[in-house]
Design a protein. Structure first.
Length: 228
């Protein structure tokens, strides 16, 4: 794929397959990230003209989806410098070098997300519960670290740290209702944006023997802020 000039004729799975993930420690986006990009595309008017944080940007799929969705600017955040470089390269390769004028790269961990000012934070957080993480291939453990015993610790961290008006996150249905109970002084209970069956990687079979389950896309809004 030489470029992403007509997203209406390209699936996000195809975009994910086209990303350069040759840098050390950088991996191809998961089925959850592909699903999230698809949801953002279908709701693209909700990102138009807004400043968006792609938390844990990896190789840049969600950054690209937000740019295609009309975001005024995207802050691609990751704790891995190689991932940030991969995201930068992939944005330029698929959207053109001029798209980089609408992208900032920020290297930090999620405890510092509150320092990033934006309208919307989008994330596909690590969410494999401890049981599934034990079955994860050693080369990918770092990508899924942080879910904790119930798989929701990283999600709780992001919602607690974010200082945006909205947080949009994936949440496997195998996490039961735990994500739906996440609230903070800033954010009330989440609303369900999408609930589509998505393939779960092999380690999830430690939690449930089947490979396909719904993946929710949830949105937390800042208390007192009306829908955009």
């Amino acid at each position: 794929m030489q470029g992403l000039r007509d997203p209406s004729r390209t699936t996000w799975a195809e975009v994910a397959a086209a990303l350069d993930v040759s840098r050390a420690g950088v991996h191809r986006p998961s089925s959850f990230s592909v699903h999230l990009a698809d949801v953002l595309q279908r709701r693209r008017t909700e990102l138009a003209g807004r400043r968006v944080v792609d938390a844990g940007c990896g190789s840049g799929l969600i950054t690209i989806a937000a740019l295609v969705g009309g975001a005024a600017h995207v802050v691609a955040q990751d704790g891995d410098r190689e991932a940030l470089e991969a995201a930068r390269h992939n944005v330029a390769a698929l959207l053109g070098a001029e798209a980089l004028d609408r992208v900032s790269l920020v290297e930090c961990d999620w405890t510092r997300l509150g320092l990033i000012r934006a309208d919307v934070l989008v994330v596909n957080p690590p969410q494999r519960p401890t049981a599934a993480q034990r079955a994860t291939d050693g080369g990918e453990v770092h990508l899924h670290d942080g879910g904790g015993h119930d798989g929701v610790d990283a999600m709780r961290l992001v919602v607690a740290a974010a200082r945006t008006d909205e947080v949009i996150s994936t949440a496997s249905s195998l996490l039961d209702a735990a994500p739906l109970r996440i609230t903070t002084e800033r954010f009330g209970p989440p609303e369900l944006l999408d609930d589509t069956v998505v393939h779960h990687a092999e380690p999830w079979r430690s939690v449930h023997p089947a490979a396909r389950h719904p993946v929710r896309v949830l949105r937390w809004r800042r208390r007192g802020v009306a829908p955009a």
